[in-house]
Design a protein around this ligand. Structure first.
Ligand SMILES: [Zn+2]
Length: 387
C-alpha cells in the first residue's frame, strides 16, 4: 500500500493519516501545506485508495491505474482559471457533487488552491457540509485564510510539512541526479520538489538565473534598454516551458497508446456499436489532459517569473549589504557619484518595486509591459515604489 504514495516525498505523517482514513472515510478532507509538498499527488493516491475495489488498496489494479493516470471519470479535479476561485466554479462544484458516480459507489472532487476561495466560500459551505453520501471532497490549500476557516472546520485536516533542502536533495539523488547538482537544484527550488524535478530536466536553468542577476548592472536608465531586457527575459521564460512541453508530449503519447489498446479490444466486439464505442475510447481523457497541461504551462511561467524576480531581489539585497555600486550607468547620472545613503535608498526602492510587481502579477498577467515598467524604474533610482 505504501507503493500507492510513492510519489509523495517526506510526508510520512500525512500518509499514515490517509492510510488510516481509507478504512472509514468521512466526506471531506483538507490538505494544508506549502506549494510543492505533494498535496496534489497525495490527493490522487488517496482518491485511488478510496475507489480501489481491493482491501487494502493495491495501487495496481485497473481502477487505481486510471486514477493515478488522471483519467478516471469519478475523480474530478477543480482548478481555478483566474487568480481566485470564482462563484461560477463554486456552482460547478455544487452541481458536480450532486450527480451520481459513473462507475463505482463513490465520487471524489479534488478542489485545488482553496486558500484562494475568497467570496466563493459561503456558496460552497452547504455543499461541503452536507454532500451526497457518495461524494468525498479533498480540498487543497497552502494555508487557511479567514474565508476558509468555516469550511475547514467541516473537514478532517491533514498537514503537509515543508520539505527541507536535505529532503529535496535526497529525493533528487534517488532519481539519479549527482549530489552537487542536487544541492544546487534544491536551493533554487525553494523547498518545492516538483519545481526542483522540473529544473533538473532544464539545461538552461543556470543561464536564466545568471540573466536575472545581471540586470542591475545592465540597466542604464533608458526605456530602450528596459524594453530590450524585458524582451530578453520573457524569451528565456518561454524557453523555460520547453522541458514541461516535452514531458506533456510523452504523457499524451502514453494516454493515446493506452486508449488505442482499449479501443482495439472494444472494437473486436464488431458491428457499428462496437466501432462507435471504440472511437469514444480513443479520445477518452484527451481533452482533460490538454486542459490540465495548459494550466501547468501557465503555472510554470508564473513560477519561473517569480523565481526570476526573487533572484533579481537577491542581487539588489547583496548590493545593499556590501554597499557596492548599484548600477554603474545609474551612477553616471549623478556626477560626483551618489553617497552611500542614496545608494542604500535606491536599493531599498528597487526591492520595493520588485515586491510590488510580484503582487501585481497576481492581478494582471501583462508580463511584458510590467517588466518593461519595472526595469525602467530600476534604471532610474529616485522614484519610490507604491507602498
Ligand atoms: Zn486498486
Amino acid at each position: 500500500m505504501g507503493e500507492l504514495y510513492a510519489d509523495v516525498v517526506g510526508q510520512d505523517k500525512a500518509i499514515a493519516a490517509l492510510e488510516a482514513a481509507t478504512v472509514r472515510p468521512v466526506h471531506a478532507y483538507l490538505f494544508v501545506g506549502p506549494p510543492g509538498t505533494g498535496k496534489a499527488a497525495a490527493a490522487t493516491s488517496f482518491a485511488a485508495a478510496l475507489l480501489c475495489p481491493a482491501t487494502p488498496p493495491d495501487g495496481t489494479c485497473e481502477t487505481c491505474r486510471r486514477v493515478l493516470a488522471g483519467i478516471h471519470p469519478d475523480v474530478i479535479n477543480i482548478e481555478r482559471e483566474g487568480p481566485y476561485i470564482t462563484i461560477g466554479a463554486a456552482q460547478q462544484v455544487t452541481s458536480l457533487a450532486a450527480t451520481s458516480p459513473l462507475e463505482g459507489d463513490r465520487k471524489i472532487l479534488v478542489l485545488h488552491d482553496f486558500h484562494l476561495v475568497e467570496a466563493a466560500g459561503p456558496a460552497l459551505l452547504k455543499t461541503i457540509e452536507e454532500p451526497p453520501a457518495s461524494t468525498v471532497f479533498i480540498i487543497l490549500a497552502e494555508h487557511v485564510p479567514s474565508e476558509l476557516i468555516t469550511i475547514a472546520s467541516r473537514c478532517v485536516r491533514v498537514d503537509f510539512d515543508p520539505l527541507t533542502p536535505v529532503q529535496v536533495t535526497a529525493a533528487l539523488e534517488a532519481q539519479g541526479i549527482d549530489s552537487s547538482r542536487a544541492v544546487e537544484l534544491a536551493a533554487a527550488s525553494g523547498g518545492r520538489l516538483d519545481r526542483a524535478r522540473l529544473l533538473a530536466t532544464d539545461p538552461d536553468f543556470e543561464a536564466r538565473r545568471a540573466a536575472w542577476r545581471a540586470i542591475p548592472g545592465r540597466l542604464d536608465g533608458t526605456g530602450a534598454t528596459a524594453a530590450l531586457l524585458a524582451d530578453e527575459l520573457l524569451g528565456l521564460l518561454d524557453s523555460s516551458v520547453e522541458p514541461l512541453r516535452t514531458r506533456h508530449s510523452a504523457a499524451r503519447a502514453a494516454l493515446e497508446e493506452r486508449n488505442a489498446k482499449a479501443a482495439e479490444i472494444t472494437g473486436k466486439g464488431g458491428g457499428r456499436a462496437g466501432g462507435r464505442a471504440a472511437k469514444a475510447i480513443l479520445n477518452a481523457g484527451v481533452g482533460e489532459l490538454e486542459d490540465r497541461q495548459k494550466r501547468e504551462v501557465r503555472r510554470q511561467r508564473t513560477d519561473e517569473l517569480r523565481a526570476g524576480l526573487a533572484t533579481l531581489a537577491a542581487a539588489y539585497r547583496d548590493r545593499l549589504l556590501d554597499g557596492s555600486v548599484l548600477s554603474p550607468a545609474a551612477d553616471s547620472t549623478h556626477p560626483g557619484g551618489p553617497g552611500l545613503a542614496r545608494r542604500r535608498r535606491a536599493a531599498l526602492d528597487a526591492l520595493g518595486h520588485i515586491d510590488q510587481l510580484g503582487r501585481d502579477l497576481i492581478y494582471n498577467p501583462a508580463e511584458l509591459l510590467q517588466l518593461q515598467a519595472l526595469f525602467t524604474r530600476l534604471g532610474r533610482p529616485g522614484s519610490p515604489p507604491r507602498r
